[in-house]
Ligand binder design. Structure first.
Ligand SMILES: [Fe+2]
Length: 195
């Protein structure tokens, strides 16, 4: 009994030293990686119909602006994240949208193009505000794909657009944000892929 009590006391006495050495002699305390800012970006971006005007094999480019094309220039920036709020590097974004008059280019690749996110999951696209065409509100089409993962086909919408209320597939979760009042032609969107 005495032996057991002495052993117990010995363990208690040694505990602080054991924990000191187990944390690494002379090393700095280990830090967990910081949690990325998630905000409300933990729900996957909803999918939407592709529509009839997608064309494969669009050119790779980050600007769809072309000489002589009319329309209001728009710079669209954003990120591609997964549902754990981690950036998705080298995600494909394949864009297509109507011109200023509401027409799609069926013969060439005007206002069509694809690009990839950088290492931090960021993208930046220069284009114009798409025109309206009958039966739809103002929108972008886009396909987003993490490397070797399924494709998300969806559309993005403009806030304060009167036609949003009458559009049969409009989804407020797909509204562009215009965070800078001093730069009204700068919009942003964060895609969340279910990967
Ligand atoms: Fe469309």
């Amino acid at each position: 009994m005495e032996t057991t009590r002495r052993g117990f006391v010995a363990i208690l006495t040694a505990l602080p030293f054991l924990s000191f050495f187990s944390s690494g002699f002379g090393s700095k305390p280990r830090r967990l990686p910081p949690t990325p800012p998630c905000d409300d970006h933990d729900d996957p971006t909803p999918s939407q119909t592709e529509g009839p005007y997608f064309k494969p094999a669009s050119p790779e480019r980050s600007s769809l602006l072309e000489k002589g094309a009319s329309g209001t220039t728009l710079v669209l920036t954003g990120r591609v994240l997964n549902t754990r709020c981690e950036p998705v590097a080298h995600a494909l974004l394949d864009w297509w949208h109507a011109d200023d008059s509401g027409n799609y280019d069926h013969t060439g690749f005007r206002f069509r193009g694809h690009q990839y996110t950088d290492k931090a999951g960021n993208f930046r696209l220069e284009t114009i505000v798409p025109g309206l065409y009958p039966g739809r509100t103002r929108h972008f089409h886009v396909k987003v794909q993490a490397p070797n993962r399924p494709i998300l086909t969806t559309q993005l919408y403009f806030p304060k657009e009167p036609q949003n209320r009458r559009d049969r597939i409009f989804n407020p979760a797909l509204l562009l944000e215009f965070p800078r009042k001093d730069e009204p032609n700068t919009a942003s969107y964060t895609f969340v892929l279910n990967t």
